[in-house]
Design a protein around this ligand. Sequence first.
Ligand code: ADP
Ligand code: MG
Length: 578
Amino acid sequence: MRALPYLLVLAAALVLPYVSNDYWTLIASRAAIYWVLVSGLNLVVGFAGQLAIGWVALLTLGAYTTSVLVAGTVTPVVPPYLALVAAGCVGAVFGVVIGLPALRLRTFYFAMTTLGFATIVTQVALAWQSVTGGGIGVSGPVLPAPFQTGRGFYWFCLGLAALCTWMTANVAHSRFGRGLVALRDAEVAAEACGIAKGRLLVTIFLFSGALAAIAGGLFATLQSYITPDAFTFDLSVLFFIAILIGGRGSILGPLLATILLTALPEFASPLVAWSTFLYAALLLVIVLAVPGGIAALLDRNSRRPLRRDRTIALRPDLLPGLLDRTARGGTLALRAVVLAFGGVRAIDRLDLTLDAGLVHGLIGPNGSGKTTTLNVICGFYAPQSGGVSLDGAPLAGGARARAACGIARTFQTPRLIGAASVLDNVMIGGTIAGTASFVESLLHLPRHRRDEAMLRDAALCALRCVGLETLAAVRADRLQHSELRFLEIARALLLRPRFLLLDEPAAGLSAEEIRRLGALVTGIARCGTGVLLVEHHASLIFDVCDRVSVLNLGRELAAGTPAEIRAHQEVVSAYLGA
Ligand code: ADP
Ligand code: MG
């Protein structure tokens, strides 16, 4: 069903040469070549949210690499297919080179570095006359039979474009694609789920760079002669805009937009000089009228109204099926932890011990350091002195390492991916449980399929536990606040945590929902997971906690059983009030 629109596009592409002329076949070849580049760039821009606007640099690199190798002016003559592969390798390397700044720079700064790179590549192509022919240029390669004719070349490009569509769709529906979207929309939550930002982005830049350079080789073949001014900034803008018009996080949308943008100037041939203007106008219209792009227009599912009178029917009895592997005891301990922001000591020599299978309440006034304590345990902050240990062994590393140790968390304000489905949001929590490599996912190999089935089953089970399974296919940004809280817990459960840290999970919930939350928390602890519950609702704390610590100004004011805390003079007067 999901493949139907793609098959329709493919069918149209297959009949095109028979119902039109050579000229349109040539335009269609160009669209296919552009799509080979855009499909890869889509993962960078649309999925990972990196503003790589100078991606034409890789098209240029690929075009020159292929042409120069095939011409044999510098090296021995290389066969065209081999030259394309070589271009792909060069593109992969430079894709990473262009992409690396993304690990440090954000948005505009990264966009500018990609632009700078595009300028450098063009200038080098102009200046390095002995290899590139400078302003005079070089002739492009010619593919051997049967692909040497216009129509034959079209079949070649179409085949490659179809392959790219399939591969990028595989990535999109894998833990890698979901991880990219998570990094784009909820980076902190992605790290807490154990997603390795650096490695994932480098992989994507590598893949996307390779595709762009291969597209460059085909582009040179199509043009049959290339000079540096064939690679204009307009072209780079076209690639970028195709993704924005198509819709972020979609594959079909950018595919249709690429076809549209390639064909548009042909229909408006008197307006060719205006093509940049047309793109800009089209972009403005789309961004203002349909921010989600073509993909949002095509997505009927997200417009279907949801039931208004939804209640969350929790099933804590299903938890053992999800968490069974976590029943293994252990303790998580903070010893004399100090963390200061400037002059403020957010945590001041704090000791805290969490035991597997118990619910530990952490209460205290606003600003007393509760969230900061969670951030220290999760590895977002490194304490200035003291340390965190798991089963007696000190915990090192950042958030990702802590997730790998089985420490999961939720956030004071839910951090979810609004544009992804509820099911995908939960599956993101299980990212590190996957075993398939990127290439296995790219090619839809058995290990990838096993991963997907396993993650999907676990996610559905987690959704059933928190009573949201009927909403699995719905976009997360359509949920109510209380549902988002439970959704975040489901995501955390997918890590099969040994320790689960909940930051004010009852905030914004109704009394009835708080009662259900209490049952869920108790159920989770009974499966052997240690729970740290940061809360303001005294009733919830005293109902479900086995132990309670009270913080004030980053220090422990009191600790003990709920009964002891309730009777503690200082706590009652300072915090619990009347
Ligand atoms: P709580 O969660 O108990 O309400 P927090 O742990 O969020 O409190 O904050 C404890 C103290 O640390 C507050 O005084 C807060 O202003 C300060 N703080 C927390 N995070 C930061 C930060 N990233 N930079 C500077 N100060 C911070
Ligand atoms: Mg807080």
